[in-house]
Design a protein around this ligand. Structure first.
Ligand SMILES: Cc1cc2nc3c(=O)[nH]c(=O)nc-3n(C[C@H](O)[C@H](O)[C@H](O)COP(=O)(O)OP(=O)(O)OC[C@H]3O[C@@H](n4cnc5c(N)ncnc54)[C@H](O)[C@@H]3O)c2cc1C
Length: 195
């Protein structure tokens, strides 16, 4: 999987802390005020800073989990309008549990190939991609763009970086966290709130 930030509020500490300042009669930027809001649960102020990610190569299963988050805007690659040539392409995500031994990997790859062959055959027989896709598994890779504010981002990271979350979305959440830290110093300070 690949996660990159394609757009983000340039100065989130300033935006968040000045939004909070409006409530308390202050107009300056203040990291301390932002921290105080986080610690006291005054989280609506974090809705004023946003980030957009491009996420590539997650499974449709992982995408289904991610898109349950209702305060996020998504654009997901369409299997209705795209026609895939699955031959010789890295088109699915294999769970680590299947990859632990050669037999498991062989088993998994075998059924992926069966699905790919069926999809290709259906297209060749004249089925539209929107119907042929019903033959594809949840392991099929997809790409998407998502945009959310920092309050929702924290909520997603809290839920999905937890050990109860599944390995793939946990990896995705960790990658989103790292990507945000890499934006600039202010984003690092915002992300450190959750440390
Ligand atoms: C370990 C794990 C297992 C899961 N298993 C299942 C499962 O078996 N089946 C299943 O269907 N889902 C499952 N889910 C998904 C889960 O139920 C949520 O749909 C998903 O995590 C989105 O979380 P959310 O609703 O808190 O967040 P968001 O949609 O991101 O919303 C953020 C917050 O906004 C508030 N909010 C949003 N919408 C409303 C609303 N309509 N009314 C009131 N408050 C609202 C809530 O406080 C919510 O926590 C699982 C999630 C996890 C992490």
């Amino acid at each position: 999987m690949k996660v990159s930030v394609i757009s983000a509020t340039e100065n989130p500490v300033e935006v968040i802390s000045r939004a909070a300042g409006t409530c308390y009669g202050k107009d300056n930027a203040s990291r301390k005020r932002m921290e105080a809001c986080y610690n006291s649960g005054h989280l609506s102020v974090f809705e004023h800073a946003t980030v957009s990610f491009r996420i590539e190569g997650i499974s449709r299963a992982c995408m289904a989990q991610l898109t349950r988050h209702r305060h996020v805007s998504f654009c997901v690659e369409s299997q209705r309008y795209n026609r895939y040539d699955l031959n010789g392409v890295d088109w699915y995500v294999a769970p680590p549990s299947f990859m632990k031994c050669t037999a498991g990997l062989k088993f998994f790859d075998h059924y992926m190939k069966e699905a790919a062959d069926a999809y290709i055959e259906a297209l060749a027989d004249g089925e539209k991609p929107e119907d042929a896709r019903y033959l594809l598994p949840e392991a099929t890779k997809t790409n998407l763009v998502m945009t959310c504010n920092v309050r929702e981002l924290f909520h997603i990271l809290d839920m999905r970086m937890d050990k109860a979350a599944q390995w793939e979305i946990r990896g995705l959440a960790k990658a989103m966290h790292e990507a945000c830290k890499g934006i600039n110093k202010e984003w690092c300070e915002v992300m450190e709130l959750r440390a």
